[in-house]
Structure formats: structure tokens, C-alpha cells
Write a protein that binds this ligand. Structure first.
Ligand code: CS2
Length: 494
């Protein structure tokens, strides 16, 4: 039996903050790998060995696996920073509790509503926000939001948890709080605020008015740009952690060496000195978010879909194929870059070079199926606005069309087309609906048109641009008949 990671077995040299937190100041929603390799590391590093009141209560949405493993290890876990020529381990030691929202929604509302909580951070992925791609508003017709409005004591969604937690603050002590979305959504703070307000706006009158009025003065929602590639952990990663720690860690996460966090500094009740850990505070996060969402995430999606269709399990394997690297470079330089205002502090050539270096991290083994999952919610943040930008100027963004075509071939393959095991492993909330549409339409062009006209993935405005819709269909047809390399060659020639 291996010895397990705990307060008594953790090698002291690996601890990022030696003194445990003195209080819980942060409730974090979404106890996944990304949070544990990003905000938790910044918070532990910011403490710089001193006692601090910024302990994090981690809340997993549904799965108990991580919360249970952490609870059995005195809430510790390791972060293995990994690249082909280096491997380091550290233990953030900053959590003060771990809950599962699905089992204990009341405790989550209570924690957000607690006067000691000064910050609520969120990483629930694009899929956790329940907004309509068409309008950007809270999807009040979805089953989950309807359930939450009718069940104030047992909400299922993150927006429900936050709204009821804030209402509790308004009803009781009224202490201020700051809610920070750390998900890959453009203007993520503004969007979260809008969705929370729309939820509260649908509550019964007295509670609605009191909470909305309280929100105006006592809650802020800064925008933030987060960046670190953090894949799902594998047995190899756990073995690497054990080699470095000398004890077994059932909750290890791996991450690339690179990490960035840019935030607006509008914290109403204090914050950790995250700048000590390299976070950047600025009045205008949007250029950073847009650059990262389009150049990194947008290009990442294309690499994932082409890679999966090419039979590649990982992003580094995919980007090692010259035709996929070419397509990635084309979508980045021709389609995304002209739509982005590059922040003054960024040297775009080295940023781009670094991106290709980061995607080539073979030790990380980031899977194409992971990046390709949830495309129906991710692509809406990455493709439509830049596509509309080019179309308004009379240009056809061929590699954005290729991104959508490759996505559809992976997740809603036309009848008779097998996209391969890595595409089949992609999980997507719209997969069933898109699959039914695909099975019931007689041709790829009709299927593609119906997707654009449905407003299900992208704002319907894009459907009016027929040359773009036709180009997506033509490229999907090429993928199905001749494979992804031919489709890339065609996009390049255009
Ligand atoms: C990826 C991101 O899965 C995806 O959609 O593009 O998770 C990406 O790895 C991170 O945003 C990097 O910061």
C-alpha cells in the first residue's frame, strides 16, 4: 500500500504556502483541474509563506471524485508542471473545504451567502452558464433554469447557486462581495453579471427588487482573462507526481509551465496579492481576452477537429502534421489576427511562436477529444464575431468556415461517414440534436443551412451570409469525400 499525500507526508519543499490559511475568504465554483492548477496556485503563491485569510472552499458541480480524493488527503493535491525537458511538482495547500453542489446545494448557497466570503470565483466551462447563443440572455426556457427558479433551496446550476447566495447576503448581513468568472467567455464578468441579474429578475417580486438594489452597490463582477493548458490527468501523470513527491496523490493535476491571469481590479472586499504570483491588473481586460480567445482557443479548436479527423489522439500529434500546422497558422494569421486589437505590451510574433510551442508539448498529451468537446458552446465564443467582421468587409474567412465544417464532421457526422475514435470520444451538449438533424437531412448543404438557420450554435445573423454557409458545406463535403487534408488544401488555395 502506497503512503498517501497528507499534511504529515507532504515534502515541505513542495508546499507553495507553508502556513495554512486562517479563514475561508473565497468560494470557488468548479473544482476541476483548471482551477486547481490556476487560481489555487496564484492564491497560494500570493501568500508567500505568510498566514492569510484567503482559504478556498472548492465546490465541485456534480462529480464527487476530486472532492473525495482531496478530503482524504487533508485537502492537498499536487500540480505537476510538465514539458518535454522539465518536470516540477508543487502543492498549493490553500483549500479549506471541498463540497459537491449536486449533493449539498444548500451548503453552497450558505457559503456564498456567508459574511466571511469575500470573493466567489468560477470555472464551470462555457457549458455551465445556460445562455442562448442567439440572444446572449439567460436561457429561461431551459429545464435547468426553470427548475432552479422553482426550487430556491435546491438549485442545480451555477447561476442559480450564485443568485440565491447573493440574495441571502442581501437578506441578511449585506456584506459586499466580488464574483470573478475565470471561464473562456468574452467579457466573462459582464456576462456573469447579466445572467445572474436576469435570474434574480425572474424571482418573486420582493426578493427580486431587494436583491437587485443590493447588487448595484455591494457586488462587482470584474472581467478576467485566464490562460494555462491543463489537460485531464492520466495514470502517467499520477506516476510522475508520485515519483516527485515520494507519496501517492490521487488528486494530482498536470499543467504546462506557462500561466497567465489578467483581471480588472474592482474587488469590493479585498483580494489576495495575486500580482505577487504574476497576475496583471488592468482597467481593460477585453483586448487580452479577445486575443486569447481567438488566437489560442479558436485555433486550438481547428487543430483539435482536424487532428481527430486525421486519427490523432493528441494536440501535439495533430499540430505535428504539416498540413494541420499550416491550417492553424492560416486561421490564426488570416482570420483571427485582423479582428483582434493586440495589447501594447504583447509582441505578437513571439506570442504566436509561443502558442505553437505550447501546442507542441508532447509531455502534456492534451487530447484532441478534450479540446474538441463542448464545441457547440465553445465555437460561439470563437467563430461568429470574427467571421462577421470579415464578411462585413466583403471577405470570406475560409479557415473559420473550415473550423465549423470540421466540427460538424466530428460531432454530427453525415450518415455513412465515420469520423474516427477521437471524434467519437468528443462530448457535446448539442450532439444528440445535431445528430438527429444530420440523420434527417438528405444532403450536407441542407444540413449545414439548417444548423445556421436554427440559431442553435451561432447567432442567426450569420445564416444571412450565404457564401459563408455554402463554404462550410463545401468544406464539410470535401472532408467526407476526400479527408481533412484535401479540405485544408482547398481552404488554402482560396
Ligand atoms: C481549450 C482551452 O479545451 C479548450 O477549448 O482551448 O481549454 C485551453 O487549453 C485553455 O483555455 C488554455 O488557457
Amino acid at each position: 500500500m502506497h503512503r498517501r499525500l497528507s499534511r504529515s507526508t507532504v515534502p515541505e519543499s513542495t508546499l507553495l504556502s507553508v502556513a495554512p490559511p486562517t479563514a475561508t475568504g473565497i468560494v470557488h465554483l468548479g473544482l476541476g483541474n483548471f482551477h486547481r492548477a490556476h487560481q489555487a496556485v496564484y492564491t497560494a503563491t500570493a501568500a508567500a509563506g505568510e498566514s492569510h485569510p484567503w482559504g478556498i472552499l472548492g465546490v465541485a458541480s456534480r462529480s464527487a471524485t476530486t472532492a473525495r480524493a482531496m478530503s482524504e488527503q487533508d485537502l492537498l493535491y499536487s500540480v505537476v508542471t510538465i514539458s518535454p525537458d522539465d518536470e516540477r511538482v508543487s502543492v498549493p495547500a490553500v483549500h479549506t473545504g471541498a463540497l459537491v453542489a449536486a449533493y449539498d446545494p444548500g451548503a453552497v448557497i450558505g457559503a456564498i451567502g456567508d459574511a466571511g466570503t469575500r470573493i466567489v470565483t468560477i470555472t464551470v466551462s462555457e457549458n455551465g452558464y445556460h445562455y442562448s447563443a442567439e440572444t446572449g440572455s439567460l436561457d429561461l426556457d431551459s429545464d435547468a433554469i426553470r427548475h432552479d427558479l422553482a426550487n430556491p433551496a435546491q438549485p442545480l446550476t451555477t447561476i442559480g447557486h450564485i443568485a440565491y447566495g447573493l440574495a441571502l447576503r442581501a437578506d441578511t448581513h449585506g456584506a459586499p462581495v466580488t464574483v470573478v468568472s475565470c471561464d473562456n467567455l468574452l467579457a466573462n464578468g459582464r456576462r456573469t453579471e447579466r445572467l445572474v441579474r436576469e435570474f434574480i429578475g425572474a424571482l418573486p417580486d420582493a426578493r427580486r427588487d431587494r436583491t437587485l438594489e443590493w447588487l448595484d452597490a455591494r457586488a462587482t463582477f470584474p472581467n478576467s482573462m485566464v490562460d494555462r493548458i491543463v489537460p485531464a490527468s492520466t495514470d502517467d501523470h499520477r506516476a510522475a507526481a508520485e515519483r516527485r513527491l515520494g507519496v501517492h496523490d490521487a488528486a494530482t493535476v498536470v499543467a504546462e509551465p506557462f500561466s497567465a491571469w489578467v483581471l480588472e481590479d474592482s474587488f469590493l472586499a479585498g483580494r489576495p496579492a495575486w500580482e505577487r504570483a504574476g497576475a496583471v491588473f488592468t482597467d481593460d481586460v477585453e483586448p487580452y481576452e479577445m486575443m486569447k480567445l481567438r488566437l489560442l482557443n479558436g485555433t486550438h479548436s481547428l487543430i483539435a477537429y482536424l487532428g481527430a479527423l486525421d486519427g490523432r489522439a493528441t494536440i501535439p500529434d495533430a499540430v505535428a502534421q504539416p498540413y494541420i500546422a499550416n491550417a492553424a497558422s492560416a486561421v490564426l494569421r488570416l482570420d483571427y489576427l485582423p479582428t483582434v486589437k493586440v495589447p501594447d505590451s504583447v509582441d505578437i510574433d513571439s506570442y504566436t511562436r509561443d502558442l505553437f510551442g505550447r501546442w507542441s508539448n508532447t509531455a502534456l498529451g492534451h487530447r484532441t477529444s478534450q479540446v474538441g468537446s463542448d464545441g457547440s458552446v465553445k465555437l460561439g465564443q470563437r467563430v461568429p464575431a470574427p467571421a462577421l467582421h470579415h464578411l462585413a468587409g466583403g471577405d470570406l474567412p475560409h479557415h473559420l468556415a473550415l473550423t465549423v465544417a470540421a466540427y460538424l464532421c466530428c460531432v454530427a457526422p453525415p450518415p455513412g461517414f465515420d469520423p474516427g475514435p477521437h471524434a467519437r470520444a468528443m462530448v457535446d451538449p448539442a450532439a444528440r440534436q445535431l445528430g438527429e438533424l444530420s440523420a434527417n437531412t438528405t444532403s450536407i448543404p441542407r444540413f449545414v443551412r439548417s444548423i445556421f438557420e436554427s440559431g442553435r450554435l451561432f447567432p442567426r445573423e450569420l445564416a444571412a451570409h450565404e457564401p459563408f454557409v455554402d463554404r462550410v458545406a463545401a468544406l464539410a463535403d470535401l472532408i467526407v469525400r476526400h479527408g481533412p487534408a484535401q479540405a485544408c488544401a482547398d481552404a488554402d488555395r482560396a
